[in-house]
Write a protein of this length. Sequence first.
Length: 144
Amino acid sequence: MIKLFSDRFIFVVNNKNNIGLKYLEFSINRKVQSLMVNVFEAVSDTQDPALKISELMHTQSIFERVFEIVKETGFYNDDENLRLMRALNIDTGEGDLKNALYTTWTIMGNNLNKSKSQEEFNAKFALFVPTILKRMEAIHGITI
């Protein structure tokens, strides 16, 4: 099921006849890229090759900064980007909130790896930020 969802999203992003991905404004592209690097460094900075949800949860403040920066530009209000974000926000079928976050992270990684440019990579990352944050906030809701 995860693979089907992942393939469907990749198809939607790459199908230029249906939905076109809008890129980030030039003025924020480098800042988002820098914060994105911080996220990937934080989760790869351990000795264990397997990603732990607790490591990913420690990056929440970085995701929040990306969200605020991107939100101010109207990127999330663009009709095409809204359609893509709605597609991302589909229930992953995971009953466990931590597994849902891990699944979303994995799908994001698969999609980022198919980017043809750094601008596309950054824009795809920004599209996943609200969904990742939603999953993180759901986990905090049950752990507090």
